[in-house]
Design a protein around this ligand. Structure first.
Ligand SMILES: Cc1ncc(COP(=O)(O)O)c(C=O)c1O
Length: 366
């Protein structure tokens, strides 16, 4: 008997390619120590307060979480200064991306647009929803074509995705540019601004889009606890959006997707100011150090507002990636993003950053 077939567009879909794990590299190269600077995770590990909270709530995992996570939504609302009715928590911001496309785009009729070499989830989710996916070229090779996206939208365009700060370039789009795009975009097209790395952008005011939400009910912000709050493994993200839109999602989504431990951990993470501030400090220091260090070695480094930088080494990028792996340093080659000559590296601890820089130097200098 042959296996069942599925929708033709699903049969063609290529899977998401995650970064390599530390265990995989230790085993492959027989190494004892491996550092991972490939998935934009938090350099400090999990906050001690979050770890205690997870242990404290472990006995209650036989219970269902509170559907819709009202306590978490309240905590996010307090932190961001918006009404809790505007918050949708999800199983990572990936789930919120999926929900937005599902509730907005009509399969077979509508489209999602974004730009080339962007975060792969927008394409994956659009395809799964049976929605056309269109990408515009970037400007000058790297910049997000914000105005061009707004101008390209038609009545078929259900959503436009812009990542700011962007993955993999680290470039951020100002609130003024988002306003200009929102003014051009059809009122009924969602402008989803994926702010997974917004905590690291400075000056914060320049990139703060929250003040635009009242004026433009079609703007949605996507945020995550995976980066600055160090909860990537628990999967928590959220969207900030117009109340009516949030209500449509609440009514139609599957229940309980943010689990009980994830909810408690996220609430604790929001309260752990010390850990959050230390994360920002270490990322900002590391970003400067890595940028300057790479530039000294003749690399072209993009000015990043995120917890990683993208650079072009004066050396074959794929070979540099493989040599780094052999020496126990995992970074992200960007061929799959369409930038075969570039590498992305996230900020680690001060000593991880040192190891990274000295290893690159050793390889480049032969
Ligand atoms: C631009 C962007 N958006 C969203 C995410 C996913 O975040 P989450 O872990 O909350 O699903 C990532 C993760 O790397 C990302 O780079």
């Amino acid at each position: 008997m042959s296996p069942v077939t599925v929708r033709p567009d699903v049969m063609d879909t290529k899977p998401y390619a995650p970064g390599l794990t530390i265990e995989e590299i230790k085993e492959k190269y027989g190494l004892d120590t491996v550092i991972k600077l490939a998935s934009n995770e938090n350099p400090l590990g999990a906050s001690p307060i979050v770890q205690k909270t997870v242990a404290k709530f472990a006995p209650y995992v036989f219970r269902y979480p509170h559907n819709g996570n009202p306590r978490l939504n309240m905590a996010i609302a307090k932190r961001t200064g918006v009404s809790e009715k505007r918050i949708i928590s999800g199983n990572g911001s990936d789930e919120v991306i999926d929900l937005l496309i599902r509730i907005k785009a009509v399969p077979g009729r509508d489209e999602v647009i974004t730009y080339e070499s962007c975060f792969s989830m927008y394409r994956l989710m659009s395809r799964l929803c049976g929605v056309d996916f269109r990408q515009l070229p970037r400007e000058n090779g790297f910049n997000q074509p914000v105005k061009a996206l707004a101008e390209a939208a038609t009545e078929k365009t259900a959503l436009v995705f812009i990542t700011s700060p962007d993955n993999p370039t680290g470039l951020a789009v100002s609130a003024d540019e988002i306003r200009q795009a929102a003014e051009i975009l059809p009122e009924n097209t969602i402008l989803a601004v994926d702010e997974a790395y917004i905590d690291f952008a400075r000056p914060a005011d320049k990139y703060d889009i929250i003040p635009l939400l009242d004026e433009f009910p079609n703007i949605v912000l996507l945020r995550t606890f995976s980066k600055a709050y160090a909860l990537a493994g628990l999967r928590v993200g959220y969207g900030i959006m117009d109340e009516t839109l949030a209500d449509y999602i609440t009514r139609s989504r599957a229940p309980f997707t943010v689990n009980l431990l994830a909810e408690e951990a996220a609430i604790a993470a929001l309260e752990d100011e010390v850990f959050y501030e230390e994360t920002l400090r270490i990322v900002h220091e590391g970003r400067k150090k890595i940028t300057e260090g790479l530039e000294k070695m003749g690399c072209e480094v993009l000015p990043s507002q995120a917890n990683f930088v993208m650079f072009r080494p004066p050396y074959n990028a794929q070979e540099l990636f493989e040599e780094l792996l052999r020496r126990g340093v995992i970074v992200r080659p960007l061929k799959s993003f369409g930038y075969g000559e570039h590498i992305r590296v996230n900020m680690g601890t001060a000593s991880e950053n040192e190891i990274f820089l000295s290893t690159v130097k050793e390889i480049i200098n032969g």
